[in-house]
Design a binder for this molecule. Sequence first.
Ligand code: IMP
Length: 209
Amino acid sequence: MHNRSLVLATRNPGKITEFKKLLSGFDIEIKSLADFGPIPQVVEDGATFDDNAYKKAHFTAKVLGLPALADDSGLIVDALGGAPGVRSARYAGASATDAENIQKLLADMEGVMDRKAVFEAVIIIAVPRGPALTYEGRCEGEITHAVMGENGFGYDPVFYYPPLKKTFAQMSPEEKNRVSHRGKAMSEIRDEFDKIMIWLQNRLAEEPA
Ligand code: IMP
């Protein structure tokens, strides 16, 4: 077995694809929850992206006994007082689909002139015993009046990025990764990945046998 692995603490196929692309080329085996049997789900009831990302990363690391990377992210819309925020995935209800969340967002934004929004991402790498590293990224844009584009996931079809004059769903995965909240946080992680590997080795050496 590869002696260096990192588990992506997600089952979201869109995120798994993005993370694997962003971490390709490093001497580490990237796994995800999809590679393991069922493990209990973390309740994402934190008040901040940071709380939720830490909960997911630490819980996964503890249960699987491997370092884990988790992100928590969401869309913050000024005119909606910061909603959907930490509730982005469940904005239209506990098991809402992306299409239902988008529909609710567009309905809530009907007639609203101020369309400013920001995507935020917090990425945490944790080891089983608890210590963790935190990275953050954000991307400013505007909420469209209708869906545009077919790529990506979540709110991508309604998040317009003015510098490229496209929604996230109109961008290729590479284009989106260069400018997105997660892409920016990940590029920081890539830039210091050698240091992260050393940090991981040192932390794992401190784990009880
Ligand atoms: P999480 O899986 O708890 O981080 O939920 C984040 C939710 O925010 C997702 O289900 C999407 O609805 C939304 N979201 C986060 N990042 C993106 C993105 O890059 N594009 C579109 N929607 C996103």
